[in-house]
Write a protein that binds this ligand. Structure first.
Ligand SMILES: NC(=O)c1ccc[n+]([C@@H]2O[C@H](COP(=O)([O-])OP(=O)(O)OC[C@H]3O[C@@H](n4cnc5c(N)ncnc54)[C@H](OP(=O)(O)O)[C@@H]3O)[C@@H](O)[C@H]2O)c1
Length: 272
């Protein structure tokens, strides 16, 4: 059976940390209207979907300014910030700390919850990258370490280079219509208790018109977006990451945590 450890909860445990984080979060890439996006993120936080992913690579830094405005209206500890850092920042411990501090100041925070390089830093070995990430956590600029878009073999290498901390989160493209990582990354991360941050949770809207997803949604009186998010949330170590600047969509997406799909439907979805 594919979904033996099915969970339909609003929270997931982050890696081996014991800390609970939301099962559904919101990213800040490709935002068209930052005013609506700010309202939508505040709604998500109010509803408990308070994991926000941000990068200094998004919208020439405007996504970091958005975080600053959002954070100024809530308590810092109410939001779990995943910072997908430009990997060119992460070349050596000293200069990386300086550059990460600059980004944190722009976001109006003193720390992020997870620091993850958004891919491979050119001309930097994986061993050095591991040292840089540990130095950032040592300096209390981040609480946990993650990796964005790394090959499994490189995740394993970086894990072997880490001396003090562990990888808590790995970001990867994953949704009900793109289940490539179920072959290798999902089993590996389940076994090693690493959380997957599944970006492109709605396959950029393509799940909304898929006939089988629509049919299953009808059975539960749910929406196709909720079915797609619930499929990801049913995985014990997966957090679904979508994006929305529309309050109605945020409410709909957040309510997906209440939808508990039956085994038979999860198995149908796992064949799409
Ligand atoms: N795409 C990648 O390869 C990638 C890589 C790394 C990180 N990320 C991060 O992951 C985040 C999510 O990825 P993504 O933007 O590709 O996400 P996605 O979940 O595949 O698609 C988001 C799109 O779906 C729409 N949407 C959201 N909820 C909806 C609903 N209930 N009904 C109808 N439409 C809905 C949004 O429009 P509205 O705004 O109008 O609601 C948006 O256009 C990004 O923002 C980024 O921060 C993505």
């Amino acid at each position: 059976m594919l979904h033996q450890n099915q969970t339909c909860s609003e929270k997931k445990v982050l890696g081996k940390t014991g800390e609970k984080i939301p099962s559904i979060g919101f990213g800040t890439y490709n935002i068209k209207d930052f005013v609506s996006a700010e309202r939508a993120l505040l709604k998500a936080i109010e509803l408990g979907a308070s994991l926000i992913e941000v990068s200094d690579l998004y919208a020439y830094g405007l996504a970091m300014d958005l975080i600053r405005r959002v954070i100024s209206k809530v308590k810092r500890e109410e939001v779990f910030i995943v910072f997908r850092a430009d990997p060119t920042l992460l070349t050596d411990p000293q200069s990386s700390i300086f550059k990460v501090e600059q980004r944190l100041r722009r976001m109006g925070v003193t720390y992020v919850d997870v620091i993850m390089p958004a891919g491979y830093p050119e001309f930097t070995s994986l061993e050095t990258l591991a040292k840089v990430l540990e130095a950032i956590v040592d300096k209390e600029l981040a609480r946990y370490i993650g990796l964005g878009d790394f090959k499994l073999k490189d995740i394993v290498s970086i894990m072997s280079f880490l001396r003090k901390y562990e990888i808590s989160m790995v970001q990867s493209r994953y949704n009900v219509l793109n289940r490539r990582i179920e072959k290798d990354l999902i089993p590996f991360t389940s076994e090693n208790r690493i959380t997957i941050l599944a970006c492109t949770a709605l396959e950029r809207g393509n799940v909304l018109k898929h006939p089988t997803i629509l049919q299953i949604a009808g059975k539960y009186n749910a929406t196709p977006a909720q079915v797609a998010l619930s499929y990801l949330a049913s995985r014990p170590n997966v957090v679904a990451l979508t994006k929305s600047e529309n309050i109605a969509h945020v409410v709909e997406d957040t309510e997906a945590t209440k939808l508990c799909l039956k085994e038979e439907d999860l198995n149908i979805l796992a064949t799409l």
